[in-house]
Design a protein around this ligand. Structure first.
Ligand code: PMP
Length: 441
């Protein structure tokens, strides 16, 4: 049955079919971190819907919230009218916002995916500032539509379409392993900040006057690359001094994933807008922007759409936000993530194909490199996308779903649910180690 389903969908779906291509499985059931195929095989899911499933699959509190709403008679579709579900969701979300942000925050419910919210944030800031340029970073990923893709920064499978990137100035993200300035760590990050500042102040720098800077505090698709806190504070200072709104893209990093409820909290910065999706909908599609009221310059009707404010997604999202906060799951993600990262770092001495282990909380990247090649000035060896693809396949054979990412598609990304148990952590590490060893033996 699984083979027949795969065969039929191969014939009918577009050739992109990205996840289905990487994981030729047909999920029938899922619970927590476990996905079961129609053939009865079970997998530990370390992709979690690209970071969507903060509580894993079908968490009882999410199911309960959805079932309760379904049988309550609440309208499932009301465009963006005010509903008790929207009210409860907004309350729950505002209760999580970084201090200094919630008091004067406005929320805008966007179309159902993160990309929609990114586009809306660009447009909001373009309206508010009267400027049209955007500042974005190498290795960034913000979505698949024209503006969001233009702001993305060269992740192998997510390239901007030629001709749409003219107004985007791409700046060097402080990626300490493959450092843009040939210097790693804090020093490399400082150089990136200096470069940014100088370019913005250079009248001949070719920067289209920016309506906003958009940044991920930890790049997700870019390969779980965390920005140093001091660098983010520099970006906040540089943008504030020049009147450029700062948009934090928290689509993947939000809801406890990085060990704080929102990833910007690690650095203590307060952005002007936050883009949120994935985990805020508790497995169902939901995307919002939250921004400082000063930027609320849209005329009524200036940004609309049919599917904004899905009742079921709000119910699932409210339950998820409350549960993550009540159970201290961000703190748990910090502790479990630190332990996993330390174990993986220790492994890298036995497995030379592991070039870099990085991340924050339960957003971890293991960059696979050519074990035989010479390191560059920063100590980085060439990325090994072929080894990475083999590792992903070997993981799947061992019952582990791991997706790749990174500038060169060479990073195995680990995004387990925040509820991952100690036994599951052991199983993930065992299977991943075995997979890497089998490929590079
Ligand atoms: N921003 C970031 C940081 C993301 O990781 C993603 C999705 N991986 C998006 C935006 C786009 O979200 P969506 O796929 O829901 O449109």
């Amino acid at each position: 049955r699984a083979d027949a389903v795969l065969e039929r969908q191969r014939g009918r779906e577009s050739s992109a079919r990205t996840y289905a291509r990487s994981f030729p499985i047909v999920p029938a059931r899922a619970h927590g971190m476990t996905v079961e195929g129609t053939d009865g095989r079970r997998y530990l899911d370390c992709l979690s819907g690209a970071g969507t499933l903060a509580l894993g699959h079908n968490h009882p509190i999410v199911l309960e919230a959805v079932q309760r709403t379904l049988t309550s008679g609440a309208p499932l579709h009301v465009l963006d009218l005010a509903t008790p579900e929207k009210d409860a969701f907004t309350d729950a979300l505002f209760a999580t916002l970084p201090s200094g942000f919630a008091d004067r925050a406005r929320i805008h419910f966007c179309g159902p995916t993160g990309t929609d919210a990114v586009e809306a944030a660009f447009k909001l800031m373009q309206t508010a500032t009267g400027r049209r340029g955007l500042l974005a970073f190498t290795g960034a990923y913000h979505g698949m539509t024209a503006g969001a893709l233009a702001a993305s920064g060269g992740v192998t499978t997510k390239q901007p379409v030629p001709g749409i990137a003219a107004d985007v100035t791409r700046l060097p993200y402080p990626y300490s392993y493959r450092c843009p300035f040939g210097v790693g760590g804090e020093h490399g990050a400082q150089l990136s900040a200096r470069y940014t500042e100088r370019l913005l102040d250079d009248p001949n720098g070719g920067v289209v006057p920016p309506a906003a800077m958009i940044v991920e505090a930890v790049q997700g698709e870019g390969g779980a690359v965390p920005a140093p806190d001091a660098w983010l504070r520099e970006m906040r200072r540089i943008t504030a001094e020049r009147g450029i709104p700062l948009i934090a893209d928290e689509v993947q990093t939000g809801v406890g994933r990085t060990g704080a409820f929102w990833a910007v909290e690690h650095s203590g910065i307060v952005p002007d807008a936050m883009v949120m999706s994935k985990a805020i909908g508790g497995s169902l599609p939901l995307a919002v922007i939250v921004y400082h009221e000063d930027y609320d310059g849209w005329l009524p009707g200036a940004h609309t759409g049919t599917f904004r404010g899905n009742t079921l997604a709000m119910a699932a999202g409210t339950a998820t936000l409350r549960y993550v906060a009540k159970e201290g799951l961000a703190e748990r993600a910090a502790a479990v993530g630190a332990a996993m990262t330390a174990r993986l770092e220790a492994l890298s001495s036995q497995l030379p194909a592991i070039g870099d282990v990085r991340g924050r909380g339960l957003m971890i990247g293991v960059e696979l490199v050519d074990p035989e090649a010479e390191p560059d000035a920063c100590g980085a060896r060439p990325a090994a996308p072929r080894i990475a693809a083999q590792v992903r396949a070997a993981c799947l054979e061992r019952g582990l779903i791991v997706e790749l990412g990174g500038r060169y598609d060479s990073t195995a990304r680990l995004l387990p649910p925040l509820t991952v148990t100690d036994e599951q952590v052991e199983a993930v590490l065992d299977r991943l180690t075995d997979a890497i060893a089998s490929v590079t033996a």
